[in-house]
Write a protein that binds this ligand. Sequence first.
Ligand SMILES: Cc1cc2nc3c(=O)[nH]c(=O)nc-3n(C[C@H](O)[C@H](O)[C@H](O)COP(=O)(O)OP(=O)(O)OC[C@H]3O[C@@H](n4cnc5c(N)ncnc54)[C@H](O)[C@@H]3O)c2cc1C
Length: 363
Amino acid sequence: MKVAIMGAGLSGLSCAKYLEDHNIEPVIFEKRERVGERFPNMEAIIQLVHRPLKDPLIYINKKYNINLVPAGIVHTIEIHSPNHKAVFTGYNLGYTSIRGHDDRSWERQLARQVRAKIHFNSKVTWQELEKDFDRIIIATGDPTISRELKVWNTDTEAFLKGCIVKGRFDTGVSKIWINTRLSKNCMVYFAPFDENEASYCTVAMPSSPEELDVLWSRTIEELGFEPVPQTEFKLEEYKLGRVTTRQIGKILLAGAAGGFVLPFMGFGQIPSILSGVHAAESIITGKDYNKLTSWFEKHYMNSLLLRKYVNNLDNEGMDRLVSFLNLPMVSNLAANTNLPIIGMTAKAVCYRNLIKSRMLQKD
Ligand SMILES: Cc1cc2nc3c(=O)[nH]c(=O)nc-3n(C[C@H](O)[C@H](O)[C@H](O)COP(=O)(O)OP(=O)(O)OC[C@H]3O[C@@H](n4cnc5c(N)ncnc54)[C@H](O)[C@@H]3O)c2cc1C
C-alpha cells in the first residue's frame, strides 16, 4: 500500500507514526522548510473538553504509542469577565503545549518519533499524488483542499493576534478573559512556555482585520503586558467548520482539513491527533474512516451550540456566566469529576432556547 501524507503537523505525523508502527512507510510532503515553522505559540488541552477521556495524553500514549511531553500540567484556570472571576483548581486540569519551531513543540516531538523521510518545501498537489499513491492523507491544517473537493462548510471563523512576554510564571496556571471590549464574543488567553516566557493571544471575530488591531492594542493596555519585539503574530480568517464526508475515494481528510477543531474555543490538538491515527487505522484494517471518527460529531455539535450561545452574550451575560462558573458546586464538578460538563451545558442551552422560543410563540 503506497500512502502519501500532505502536511507534517499534528494529524499528519500522528498518522505516519501509527502507520510505521504497523509496517507501512508513508511518504510525507511538507510545504514549509522545516517542521513547525509557524510562529511559536502556546496551546492548551483542557481535560473537561475531551471527556470521557480522563487524560488525553496518557490515552494516546497507551493506546497509540504516541508520546508527547507537555510544557506544563495545568492546576489552575482563571476565567475573567469584566467584573467577575472564576477559578478552577485541581490536581490535573489539563496540559499546555508548545507549537511552532521551538524544539519542544509537539510537531517537533512527533517528527522525532517518525522514521519516514519528510519532503520539505513541497509544492506537490493532491491531484498529482492521486496518480502515484493508493491513499492520500490531507493533513494540511486548513480547509483549502476540502473546499476544492466541495465537502467543506464553514460554521464560524476567527482572527487571532498574539505575542510572547517575559516575566516569572507558574507553568500550571492558564488564564482566559471573556470581555467584548477585548475580544468581542471570543476570548483572550494566556499560557506560559516555561518559568520565564509566556504567550498571550486574542481570538476574536472582528468585522475587519483593522478592528482586530484595535482589540489587540486594548488587550495589551488593559491587561498590562509588553510584547517581546518581533514575536507578535496574526492569523486572519481561521475557519472552523465541518465536512460532509471525511473520505473521498483515495483521499482521507485529517485534522483541521477534516473539520477536527471544536468551534467553541478552538480546541483541536487532541481531535487532530486522533483523526490522524484513525486515518492510519482505516488504511491498515480497511474499516470505514467516517465511522471510525464518528465519535467526534457529538463533541462538535455540543461545542457549536455553546459557540452560538456565547455569540449572543453581552458583557453582562459574560459576567453572569463567570459568576455561575465560580459557584463552588459548578467549579468542583468542572475541575474534579469526569462528568461530561460540555454536553450537559449544551443540552441546558438547547432546552433554554426551546423554552424561550415557546414563550415567544405564546406572546
Ligand atoms: C493560534 C492558534 C491557537 C490554537 N490553540 C489551541 C489550543 O489552545 N488547544 C487546542 O487543542 N487547539 C488549538 N488550536 C488548534 C490546533 O492548533 C489545531 O487543531 C491543530 O494544530 C490541527 O492539526 P493539523 O494536523 O490539522 O494541522 P497543523 O498541525 O497545523 O499541520 C499542518 C501542516 O501542513 C502543512 N501544509 C499546509 N499546506 C500544505 C500543502 N499544500 N502541502 C504540504 N504541507 C502543507 C503546514 O505547513 C503544517 O506543517 C489553535 C490553533 C491556532 C491557529
